[in-house]
Design a protein around this ligand. Structure first.
Ligand code: S3P
Length: 425
């Protein structure tokens, strides 16, 4: 689907409620499927990725139904053998989490996914799982994955990557093993799995960047999912770069392992106001007030990277409007996302007239540039590319046509509808 985005003549105004967090929705359905009894998930995401996790849990024998905006999950505490191949769609989180769980079952299973997912690396989870005794046959570490379920044993794993997907995969496999399984990462990646596992009664402890889990039985629970800061990021960026904007983003998850974008905006010289902070189901939540501002360049590298990994394409758009040279380093794993997000965002922003160069592990942007638009850009079947380019279109001199805009459905189906709400006619 093609989407034409026009330059805004007036600022973005108003208040919007940010839809449910994708990461938390995956964890809520997968973990409640492993807890015997009835769990209630309030505000489950309607993005296609979390729905892939939901469908797989159903194929593995879990019952789940939507009732008055809640997802009610009934489970007997374990998965049963599926009748068919399990399709993860576009979702890397579904596939990496499920590989960890399925490797330790007493049945065999096969995981597939769409074209983009089939290109994404699985060695990062196959390697620790094999050390735990798993038997997984893959196409050179890519899907389809044939998983031969068996009893696994605990390990202490030192990961080269800071990755919440790999960490969660190992913890979910370790939860079924005798003894203690620990996972250490170079920097702290998002810790939603640890928080939710604790909330559901797992034996889990955390020491800096090491998480340790023991054999655990999960209790069913009631979880409320807050808004997704990765979705809020598009409104944060647009609010900062569209002149005369002032918007309030309500119910946004503010877990410190996810708020790198707020730290970056502060480095760019703008304080984001956080209102009404509270804790919901163990996660920090608040409202964000953002308004148009002059921005200056900054350096983005090291331990902040996992805290903003999904926001880097829209941060690139933001940096085109910041005075000076913004450098993003140590983000090589961005090449392994739904698209190679380093080369794709650089290529598309160049078409708009941005001064941006690709490096091995990031990009360098010289600002401030006037984006010219008046061209067609590609989403690369990548939801975050489509939404980042939409934000760029709001300040481009001429209308921008985004090809493959329908990919926003992966994480944020309400994206455009909420932007329309903030546009002043
Ligand atoms: C996610 C972790 C991140 C992120 C992805 C969602 C999660 O991936 O990019 O969109 O929910 O755990 P990595 O753990 O591979 O960095």
């Amino acid at each position: 689907m093609k989407k034409v985005v026009k330059k805004l003549k007036k600022g973005l105004k108003g208040e919007i409620v940010i839809p449910a967090d994708k990461s938390l929705s995956h964890r809520a359905i997968i973990l409640s499927s492993l807890a015997k009894g009835k769990s209630v998930i309030k505000n489950f995401s309607n993005g296609q990725d979390p729905l892939s996790s939901l469908n797989i849990c159903k194929s593995l024998g879990v019952e789940a139904e939507f009732k008055n905006n809640n997802l009610i999950v009934y489970s007997n505490g374990k998965f049963s053998m599926p009748n068919s191949i399990l399709d993860c769609g576009n979702s890397g989180t579904t596939r990496r989490f499920m590989t960890g769980i399925l490797a330790g079952q007493n049945f065999n299973s096969i995981l597939t996914g769409d074209e983009s997912l089939s290109k994404r690396p699985m060695k990062r989870v196959i390697e620790p799982l094999e050390l735990m005794g798993a038997e997984i046959v893959s196409d050179n570490n890519h899907a389809p994955l044939k998983i031969f379920g068996r009893n696994l044993h605990s390990i202490n794993y030192n990961s080269k990557l800071a990755s919440a997907q790999v960490k969660s995969c190992v913890l979910l496999a370790g939860m079924n093993c005798e003894g203690k399984t620990s996972f250490t990462e170079p920097y702290l990646s998002r810790n939603h799995t640890e928080i939710m596992l604790k909330h559901m009664g797992a034996e889990i402890s955390i020491d800096k960047t090491t998480v340790t889990i023991e054999k655990s039985i999960l209790e069913p629970c009631e979880i409320e999912i807050c808004g997704d800061i990765s979705s809020a990021a598009y409104f944060i960026a647009a609010g900062l770069i569209v002149p005369d904007s002032e918007i309030i983003l309500k119910n946004v998850g503010l877990n410190p392992t996810r708020t790198g974008i707020i730290e970056v905006v502060e480095k760019m010289g703008r304080n984001i106001e956080i209102l009404d902070k509270k804790t919901v189901s163990g996660e920090l939540v608040g409202d964000i007030k953002v308004s148009y501002s002059d921005l200056k360049s900054c350096m983005i590298e090291g331990e902040i990277i996992p805290k903003l990994i999904d926001e880097l394409p829209v941060i690139a758009v933001l940096a085109t409007q910041a005075e000076g040279t913004t450098i993003i380093k140590n983000a090589q794993d961005l090449r392994n996302k739904e698209s190679d997000r380093i080369s794709s965002i650089v290529k598309e922003l160049k078409k708009l007239g941005a001064d941006i160069e690709e490096t091995i592990d990031g990009f360098i942007i010289n600002g401030k540039t006037r984006l010219k638009g008046g061209c067609e850009v590609e989403s690369y079947h990548d939801h975050r590319l489509a939404m980042s380019l939409y934000v760029a279109g709001l300040i481009s001199g001429n209308p921008l046509t985004i090809n493959g805009f329908e990919w926003i459905e992966i994480s944020f189906p309400e994206f455009e509808q909420l932007f329309v709400k903030c546009k002043q006619m």
